[in-house]
Design a protein around this ligand. Structure first.
Ligand code: CP
Ligand code: NVA
Length: 300
């Protein structure tokens, strides 16, 4: 069980492995690594992109996805999370889980004899970061040296992107209000990749010379009770407006993991404008998921 590898955060891959996963993501005719096998996809929170991209990635690898809500199996209610993981591993080559608490993923990974893949937790969204980096690579030819400016919350999406950027040798800068910043633990984790996180108060300064301007919702799933407090803290200074986009590099693209609240964290003119690559980025969720699964399960 100890030799099983899991994907709970981007730095579960080395820099070289991340590069390999991104190369595999571009393979249009992959080896059917999941032929005759299943993948369990467990959801404690809603999803459009993650569920559908994962299901189609499994199908493209010859496998059979089984998606279900956590309430259907009664995690830690009908049965412990550990026993759910052990049970799913009887039938599936891998387990994907979208969870409210990252600790639940860690508990499942600790006992699972098959890989556990984080499909979003309160702490991390590594599958999203893979798709984001793939989009940067497609757009600019290489990731190394590109400057990614994240304007918004230090959340699951920006945390995984900062780690992925560090591994891929991209520059990463984040701009958000006081109280919604990365912790020292987060910053140390990025440093361990060889990267660095620039924290810039002024979003105009943050986007200067950026190749990528990225944002996410200000209120993540599970944070509904803090909604008005967070919106007050971010509005309007940390919204990506046309004017802010105009301060980025001349060839800059706009990215958003989606779902978005157009008119709140990003202007309609930006998210649906010529610099936006959100649909390419969304499609890349499937290609990146396929690349990751091919890497994890290809040799088994
Ligand atoms: N970006 C993303 O994870 O989208 P879903 O929440 O719809 O899966
Ligand atoms: N930060 C957002 C990302 C959704 C894909 C959330 O956790 O709700």
């Amino acid at each position: 069980m100890t030799s099983v590898r899991h994907f709970l955060e981007v730095d579960d891959l080395t820099a070289a492995e991340l590069a390999t996963v991104l190369e595999l993501s571009a393979d249009p005719s992959p080896t059917p690594a999941l032929e005759g096998k299943g993948m369990a996809l467990l959801f404690e929170k809603p999803s459009a992109r993650t569920r559908h991209s994962m299901e189609m990635a499994v199908v493209q690898l010859g496998g059979h996805p089984v998606s279900f809500a956590a309430s259907e199996v009664g995690i830690d209610d009908r049965e412990s999370a550990e026993d759910v993981a052990r049970t799913l591993a009887c039938f599936h080559a891998a387990i994907g889980a979208r969870v409210k608490s990252h600790g639940l993923l860690e508990r499942m990974a600790a006992v699972s004899p098959v890989p556990v893949v984080n499909m979003l937790s309160d702490q991390a969204h590594p599958l999203q970061a893979l798709a984001d980096l793939l989009t940067v690579k497609q757009e600019f030819g290489e990731i190394s040296g590109r400057r990614i400016a994240f304007v918004g919350d230090a959340n699951n999406v920006s945390r995984s992107l900062a780690i992925g950027a560090g591994l891929a040798k991209a520059q990463f800068v984040i701009s958000g209000p006081p109280g919604y910043q990365f912790s020292e633990v987060d910053l140390d984790r990025v440093s361990a990749t060889g990267g660095a996180t620039e924290i810039v108060d002024d979003p105009i300064e943050a986007v200067a010379d950026a190749h990528v301007v990225y944002t996410d919702v200000w209120v993540s799933m599970g944070e509904e009770a803090q909604a008005s407090e967070k919106i007050d803290a971010f509005a309007n200074r940390y919204a990506v407006s046309e004017a802010l986009m105009g301060r980025a590099g001349a060839d800059a693209i706009f990215l958003h993991c989606l779902p978005a609240k157009p008119g709140q964290e990003v202007a309609h003119e930006v998210i649906y404008g010529p610099q936006s690559r959100i649909w390419q980025q969304a499609e890349n969720r499937m290609h990146a998921a396929r690349g990751l699964l091919a890497f994890f399960l290809g040799a088994s």
